[in-house]
Design a protein around this ligand. Structure first.
Ligand code: SF4
Ligand code: SF4
Length: 439
């Protein structure tokens, strides 16, 4: 029988489509620990969604942990801080998760762990909403759910649009990933305080913490901390329940218009780890230079670890026992939305929610049997098979612009067609056509 948690409402509206892959969340019982500090960190200047930041340090310069090493360029960009103390060795192109080589600051660790003195903050309750947003900006906080959108923009971009509801996203619907669940279990008070600060910046009336039903154990801890202003809701365990549009619909029944933002539905969504980063910045003066990452799949030593931004995959894997023989792919992120990387020099970043060591799927047979399962599970009402057929003809699938790259279609395809790959190709092609036309 389903356990009932007093104080948590169940249900929510069911979004269209979606899938229920096996959860494989064995790491949810592993307490958060810390990965060894690497000899060097490789920190890309593209530290968030938007424009790359500008380096403000140069080769040979000594830096402290928490010191600003790059500043934002333009409105959507972010501050970047050093996660270690040491010496800037170089600024040069380095492998990035996108497959490109992008400019990165390389810092050699002196293992002294000297931190830049944290600012003495005045009473948090006396800070005005605009000061609060400025601290978030200067602390380099970006969305920890994977998109790395600068959080200060989320807390202000709603100018002119009234935000009624702040939703704290604790769904973590990707299989294998459990970092958010551990944070809910270990730091429920920080999440709640962080959420209250964000709600103050937004002047939001309601705060809702959304969890999938498989997180009952963590929810009990959260409930002990719960504040009367905050409501917790349990949603069905269904992928992609944590997608912003699906979550807003499930929790409020509101629809974010096509091409619109959560603010258009009166909502802002923040991940639980982002709420904790807010708490750390406002109460502890700590900037964001590390995060909790799930190491899952075939890792010899799996778990949930605090990892410094800029730590290379090769170092992470070596620190955790090396790569087992049976592994033939390394994924950054979850198995549904993550990216397979073939260069282990790629570093983890503020956007890295998980690193998975996996076996390759059996050789796929790319024959489309026209079953249309891909369309039936698509939460955005697309016909994903079209992206595959049009790719074969060298043409883009125009509706791909609405694709949220959740991966539900590829997961459901009985022929194993990697549909997201073709959808991404279409999006890229459409983007290039659009910029060439100067639109
Ligand atoms: S088409 Fe895009 S949004 Fe639809 S299921 Fe596939 S990846 Fe998800
Ligand atoms: S699920 Fe796969 S096989 Fe079925 S229609 Fe879509 S692409 Fe074709």
């Amino acid at each position: 029988m389903k356990k009932v948690y007093p104080g948590i409402s169940s249900g929510g509206k069911r979004f269209r489509g979606g899938v229920r892959p096996p959860e494989s969340k064995d790491t949810s019982t592993f307490a958060i620990s810390r990965l060894n500090s690497p000899e060097k960190v490789y920190i890309h200047l593209l530290g968030s969604a938007g424009a790359p930041s500008k380096a403000v340090v140069s080769a040979g310069e000594r830096v402290l942990k928490g010191q600003v090493i790059a500043e934002p360029v333009g409105r959507i960009s972010s501050f970047i801080h050093s996660p270690i103390s040491g010496t800037v060795q170089d600024i040069k192109n380095w492998p990035h998760v996108s497959g490109k080589r992008l400019p990165a600051i390389i810092i050699a660790n002196d293992f002294k762990d000297e931190e830049k003195p944290r600012k003495n903050l005045k009473n948090v309750q006396q800070i005005s909403p605009s000061e609060l947003v400025e601290i978030v900006r200067k602390s380099g906080i970006v969305g920890c759910g994977g998109a790395a959108f600068p959080t200060d923009i989320k807390l202000t971009s709603s100018s002119g649009k009234k935000i009624e509801t702040l939703i704290i996203n604790g769904c973590e619907c990707e299989p294998f990933l459990t970092a958010d669940e551990r944070i809910i279990f270990e730091k429920p008070g920080d999440i709640i305080e962080g959420a209250k600060l964000a709600a103050r910046a937004l002047a939001a009336k309601n705060i809702i913490i959304a969890l999938e039903e498989n997180k009952g154990r963590s929810a009990e801890k959260l409930l002990r901390q719960q504040d009367s202003r905050i409501r917790c809701v349990f949603l069905p365990t269904r992928y992609p329940q944590g997608g912003e549009k699906q979550l807003i619909f499930a929790v409020t029944g509101r629809i974010v218009p096509a091409g619109g933002l959560p603010a258009d539905a009166g909502c802002v969504v923040l991940n639980v780890q982002t709420a904790c980063a807010l708490y750390d910045a406002l109460f502890n003066g700590k900037v964001l230079y590390e995060r909790v990452v799930t190491l899952g799949g075939l890792f010899r030593k799996p778990g949930n670890l605090v990892i410094a931004s800029g730590t290379r995959l090769t170092d992470i894997i070596e620190f955790r026992g090396g790569i087992p023989d049976e592994v033939d792919k390394v994924i950054m992120g979850g198995p549904m939305m993550g990216v397979a990387v073939d260069n282990l020099d790629v570093p983890a970043s503020k956007a890295t929610s998980g690193i998975l060591l996996m076996k390759a799927a059996d050789a796929p047979d790319y024959e489309c049997i026209r079953c249309l399962r891909c369309a039936s599970v698509c939460p955005m009402n697309l016909v994903p098979r079209q992206s595959y057929f049009l790719y074969m003809k060298g043409r883009a699938y125009e509706d791909a612009v609405h694709c949220m790259e959740c991966g539900a279609c590829g997961y459901s395809c009985p022929s194993g067609i990697p549909l997201v790959q073709y959808l991404k190709w279409s999006k890229e092609k459409l983007k290039n056509v659009s910029s060439a036309a100067g639109r």
